[in-house]
Design a protein around this ligand. Sequence first.
Ligand code: HEM
Length: 285
Amino acid sequence: MNISERAGSSAGDESCFAGLFPDVDYQFQMRMRRMTVREYFKRSANADAVLAERECWLRTEPLRYAAYLPEARESVEEAFGHLRDLDLIPPLDGQSDSESPERILREFGHRLEPDVVFLRPDAARDFRMVAACVCFPSSWNLEEKIGRPLAEIHGPVPTLNAELGGSISKFLHRMAPGVAWCRENWGLSASPELNHHPSRGLPRLESTVKLAGVWLRVERQALVALQKSGGILFAIRVEVFPLANVIADHSARLGMRRALETMSEDVAGYKGLTAARKRVVELLA
Ligand code: HEM
């Protein structure tokens, strides 16, 4: 199943990489900007293919790609109402709004291109993942994250909690409602597939990789505060571009090269780049 070449078909347009590779040494950054919820969730040119792939994963392995805890109910219902009012998701066919939250969660999975994750503050005011429909994870396993607080979820990411944990938590508690707060993560991969679930055992980047075998994977994320329930909707839209498209974009090429040259060994290891980093820098030279 590979629709990712189409997912990256807008590459070549400089704006695809805008802001992804700032001209600074590599560091984890918040870099939040505002967008309307409508703008973030609107259908892309690849919507039909992306939705068909989502449908397939959810049909074949529903428990691997969706998870729900009862405390998510209010937030899932609130988000559904909000997106339905914006005409971003259709009403449930002939059903009442009291439909089960699990069904609503599946609806998000089938109708929206981005993956969705719901967070709720616990008694200690730490945000925990309480529900999610994630068909295109970047090498993480939903089963290991559901019910966990965000700091624990970010535990495998070297230095992230120490560098940004406090800012992330503060931001989540203070988000103004009604808008999508957006940011991006990026990584490199040997596969253009959207679904990088660890169970798939996709190939890793090797030290001898060729240009045509490297893909830029961009996660465009949005955070939306759910005012009534006190929860947060976290959405992740994955896009994949051939590395050649980055090379064709002068400032993206230089920015990625600087990022790869200055990334710590630990972070490079986490991002699966230990073997291939030097080779990719050569390709970008
Ligand atoms: C609000 C600001 C946030 C920032 C700045 C942030 C930052 C990051 C960064 C830098 C990574 C590593 C990605 C990479 O470099 O390849 C990461 C991974 C991850 N983040 Fe976040 N994140 C944020 C919010 C969230 C939220 C709300 C969730 C929802 C639960 C989340 C879930 C994850 C997961 C599941 C991973 C992968 C962890 C793993 O590999 O085990 N993040 N995040």
